[in-house]
Design a protein around this ligand. Sequence first.
Ligand SMILES: Cc1ncc(C[n+]2csc(CCOP(=O)(O)OP(=O)(O)O)c2C)c(N)n1
Ligand SMILES: [Mg+2]
Length: 328
Amino acid sequence: MTISMEATASLDQGPPDDAVDLLAMMLRIRMFEDKVMDLFSQNLVRGSTHLCQGQEAVTVGVCSTLRPVDTMTCTYRGHGAVIAKGAALDACFGELLGRVGGLCRGKGGSMHFADFSVGAIGSNAIVGAHLPITVGAALASSYVGDDRVAVSFFGDGATNIGAFHEALNLAAIWKLPAVFVIENNQYGEYSPLRATTPIDRLARRADSYGIPGVLVDGNDVAAVRSVAQSAVQRARAGDGPTLIEADTYRQVGHSRSDPATYRPAGELDRWLAKDPILLLEQSMLARWSEADLDAVRQAAQHDVDVALETALAMPEPPLDELAKDVWA
Ligand SMILES: Cc1ncc(C[n+]2csc(CCOP(=O)(O)OP(=O)(O)O)c2C)c(N)n1
Ligand SMILES: [Mg+2]
């Protein structure tokens, strides 16, 4: 298999200089998702919701290499990606709660977070459907000749969807500035990867399109960032797309109706032992104290609590909002 780029950094070599910022962002996402579980159990979230606890290092590592003008698309499990790209927490909560101050004025809900002002150009509930959108964004950049990069996050299951293959093929043949990031969380809904996919390393799929395929420990935020940096530089330099497979784990069920009883005994515990936040905190103890880390945790909790209070105080959309910003 062509694993033609490798992580040049990892947490084993010590924490990155901006570890506090990375930790703060990962904690905000984790605490946001934990709060969403509470809100859901209080029946305050309409529809279902798909959470990303355990996968934070992937989106935070990749998005830490992007500028607001670079675009990002993601899945229905996209709260973390949109927050990592820079969306305000209160507007994210507002969207979940259907409030007029939400990211999409409360009309999209959990599966449709988007914030164009930070380059988060769409979450998509149709598996794989956002990959061609990222190809379009990358084509736009190459057409107008700016140096924006288009990134897409999607699941392991999405690599079995036609749109994945079409998107990679087109991006490769036109050498578009795109970065495709597989969040390999080991399951597509209730099926383990091996039950749906005839190969075990999805990065190999890059070979079919003649582009670099990189496997990275998706729970090591420094390693994720390092491969993302190479891929983003490659894209900006006009050398075309990269496929990154970030190996990680979905610590909770697929959606809120899934207790995840199909997981073999011991599997969750093995992955919790390499929780991405735990790994970052452990490496940070070489340079920061436990009290320093606690201050970061408290600040993140404060940010999330204040954002939720702000969102709960947002009004519901007035009736005349109903037909605004939608096509008839
Ligand atoms: C085209 C399409 N087929 C099926 C579904 C139903 N579905 C929703 S999520 C999902 C699993 C996708 O798994 P993966 O791509 O690994 O993403 P994950 O949920 O693990 O993040 C499926 C099959 C869908 N939403 N869209
Ligand atoms: Mg998956």
